[in-house]
Design a protein. Structure first.
Length: 463
């Protein structure tokens, strides 16, 4: 797609449609963009459900043999084809080798997660030794906050979004209580300006500058789960450090979605799940990051056997030989059956780069936005026509692949009509459908089919 470099998605669509002699909204444009997509083969590395596979589908409205329109990678990514193969290998090893599987086989269980941490580090922009694969996201967040949140009488606040994901909010609230402080006084929440849906970077930075002397930790998401806003993580980190705060991020909706540079930005700590854009399966093993600058100064508050250096771990002398950095935060051996699907997905990521995926994502999501604005923008001359409002920032640099859509008709009805027609997306209360065209496996034709289906769903919802 080098011929489109420097063009906006709208300019790209108009250039293609002009060269083809068709309307910018024609399916021919999508087919041409797919043909020019250098990453199109990656779709073949995943299993895509058919419409008939999806329980809510109404086969009277759509052919069951068609591939579904899967736009929900922001909630659960598709299954990599190699996941089953790797799982079966380890089940076979368990059956035939028993305990010897800990140290033998294609991925010895005792250090299997270590063998794929370099692949994960590439996805989040970190050094291999700064990344650990372990636990679940909220467990990792608690472990990290236990070490980075060290409140004092004067510096005891944690700054986070007013609408942070519930698990982040609950974790922060409980960490504050654990240290004997009152969340009403120590949890510092920041909201968008009145009438706005998303936070402005300058408002976040100003809040840090104004109250930073009392803030111990600045804790944000990388991409906001509800609005799809991509935060300026570099600017937030710099602002927090100027005021002497630790800065951490929940990258659940950012890892595998946008280009991250956790090391270069100097982020102190981060955590993320792996079952959304990283496609490791529901409840997949999570990731944690601690910048190498903290290797000698930040230690785990809780320790376990798996934090002990592998070279001496099995001497069993109960003298802790703690691994430096985030590796020392490991508590227990990782489930091999969770390592397998994660490995399968990370190997697909390794076939390309986050830079290439981001390049496609900008055009793919921009194409979706272009078609939504073309068909569903509010029109004062047609007040009764159903319309769509996008609350995700229009600036591509302030979003990942997700667009959050609000509707002029009841959202539950729209959602049901979309599901009947073989679309997998998700609804979030009070009023949003989250639509995520994922560059690893979604196509421009998927986007065009989604728009055609949305037109039918809105027509049905309005009658």
């Amino acid at each position: 797609m080098d011929q489109f470099v420097g063009l906006t998605p709208r300019e790209t669509v108009e250039k293609v449609s002009s060269s083809l002699g068709c309307s910018p909204t024609s399916a021919e444009v999508a087919a041409h963009l797919d043909k020019q997509d250098p990453l199109r083969a990656l779709r073949g590395e995943f299993l895509l459900p058919t419409v008939a596979d999806l329980p809510p589908s109404d086969l009277s409205k759509v052919k069951g043999s068609q591939e579904c329109i899967y736009m929900v990678g922001n909630s659960l990514g598709l299954q990599p084809k190699k996941a089953r193969k790797y799982l079966e290998e380890e089940m076979e090893n368990w059956a035939k080798m028993g305990v010897h599987g800990h140290v033998l086989g294609p991925r010895p269980w005792a250090w299997a997660e270590n063998t794929i941490e370099e692949l994960m580090a590439n996805v989040v922009g970190a050094k291999t030794e700064e990344v650990a694969l372990m636990n679940g996201l909220t467990v990792n967040l608690h472990l990290l906050l236990l070490s980075f949140y060290k409140p004092t009488a004067t510096r005891h606040k944690i700054l986070l979004e007013d609408k942070a994901f519930p698990s982040d909010h609950y974790a922060v609230e409980s960490q504050i209580r654990l240290r004997g402080f009152d969340p009403q006084k120590s949890m510092l929440l920041i909201s968008p300006r009145p009438g706005e849906e998303t936070l402005r970077t300058e408002d976040i930075v100003r809040r840090i500058e104004e109250e930073g002397d009392s803030i111990a930790v600045v804790m944000f998401s990388g991409v906001q789960y509800y609005t799809g806003q991509l935060f300026n993580m570099a600017a937030i980190t710099e602002a927090g450090h100027r005021k002497g705060c630790f800065v951490g991020f929940d990258c659940a909706h950012a890892a595998g979605n946008v280009e991250l540079k956790l090391h270069d930005w100097g982020v102190d700590f981060a955590c993320w799940c792996s079952y959304k854009y990283i496609n490791s399966g529901a409840g997949g093993i999570a990731g944690a990051f601690i910048h190498e600058k903290h290797n000698d100064t930040v230690k785990p508050a809780l320790v376990g056997w798996w934090g002990h250096d592998l070279k001496t771990r099995f001497r069993m002398n109960n003298v802790l030989d703690l691994q430096p950095g985030v590796s020392g935060f490991r508590l227990s051996n990782q489930p091999i059956l969770l390592v397998c699907p994660l490995q399968a997905s990370l190997e697909v990521f390794n076939m390309t780069s986050m830079q290439e995926l981001r390049r496609k994502s900008l055009l793919l999501t921009g194409y979706l936005e272009f078609l939504i604005l073309h068909y569903f923008r509010e029109d004062a001359s047609q007040p009764h026509k159903a319309h769509v409002r996008i609350i995700t920032p229009s600036d591509p640099q302030q979003r990942g692949c997700q667009l959050s859509l609000c509707f002029s008709v009841p959202i539950s009805t729209v959602f049901q009509e979309m599901e009947k027609r073989g679309v997998a997306c998700d609804m979030r209360e009070p009023s949003v459908l989250r639509i995520a065209p994922v560059p690893l496996y979604n196509s421009f034709t998927d986007v065009h089919r989604f728009i055609e289906t949305l037109r039918d769903a809105l027509t049905a919802s309005s009658t």
